[in-house]
Write a protein that binds this ligand. Structure first.
Ligand SMILES: [Zn+2]
Length: 259
């Protein structure tokens, strides 16, 4: 949700173009050989990156902060925490991410968000399930970070829900796509300072009364495409904890890595 371009910055002509491209793709997938998700070069199998694009993706691997998943330059031993996790502990317990949010990761995230690429969601979800192996295994229920219904209406596709569904299918975990509701529209987080982002999403999420049964007493796995300052993830986590969730972990495809 965070760190993305504005939906309305893309004009109607572009939207129509995208729609036509999607129609063309759906009809032509069976005829055309599979293409790289990053650069459209032909590849051996559907849902893969060519060697060049794969090399450009900065995967996050251990050693990393046990809490925030921030990569460490040196192995500080099992369970080691970053200075940030100690100074400002997040409300969620553990965050995991596949890759650093750079050009290649941004390309994949945008292709998923604006391209209705369900094949991409499955591929990205596979990597998220791998990067978040420990948190996915312990999840009692998977909940995606929701869009406000007004934005969902203009976009018709919630990329976080697509990723959450794909992880739940791959790992046989319960999926609760409507457990978390965005109760007021928020500004896009792009261009806002960390404090403005936190103010922007404060109190923006709620678990409706009828959905509390889906999360109460459970370890929830929150799913989103990108983690930037964490303002969105932290606000969503607080709403789940208020609704009685036992604990919240989070997994994203890409996260901002400072430095
Ligand atoms: Zn490529």
């Amino acid at each position: 949700m965070e760190g993305t371009v504005e939906t309305h910055s893309i004009g109607p002509a572009a939207a129509i173009g995208r729609g036509l491209a999607a129609v063309a793709r759906s009809g032509m997938n069976v005829l055309l050989p599979p293409h790289c998700l990053g650069c459209e070069m032909p590849v051996a199998s559907t849902g893969t990156l060519c060697a060049q694009c794969w090399g450009r993706l900065k995967l996050i691997e251990r050693p990393h902060c046990e809490r925030l998943g921030t990569p460490f330059a040196y192995d500080l031993g099992e369970g080691a925490l970053s200075a940030e996790a100690i100074a400002d502990p997040p409300p969620f317990e553990r965050l995991r991410a596949v890759a650093a949010y750079d050009d290649m990761a941004r390309k994949l995230v945008h292709a998923l968000k604006y391209g209705d690429r369900l094949d991409l969601a499955r591929w990205m979800a596979r990597w998220m399930a791998r990067a978040g192996g420990d948190v996915v295994a312990g999840a009692g229920v998977i909940v995606p970070v929701p869009l406000h219904r007004r934005r969902l209406w203009t976009r018709r596709f919630n990329q976080s829900a697509a990723l959450g569904l794909a992880i739940s299918e791959a790992k046989g975990k319960p999926f609760a796509p409507t457990a978390l509701r965005r109760i007021r529209p928020t500004r896009q987080q792009v261009g806002l300072s960390a404090k403005e982002r936190a103010d922007n999403v404060r109190g923006a999420f709620r678990v409706p009364e009828a959905e509390k049964i889906a999360v109460a007493g459970r370890r929830v796995l929150l799913v989103d495409d990108v983690y930037t300052t964490g303002a969105t993830m932290k606000a969503a986590t607080r709403a789940l904890l208020r609704a009685g969730a036992e604990a919240v972990d989070a997994v994203v495809f890409a996260r901002v890595v400072k430095g």
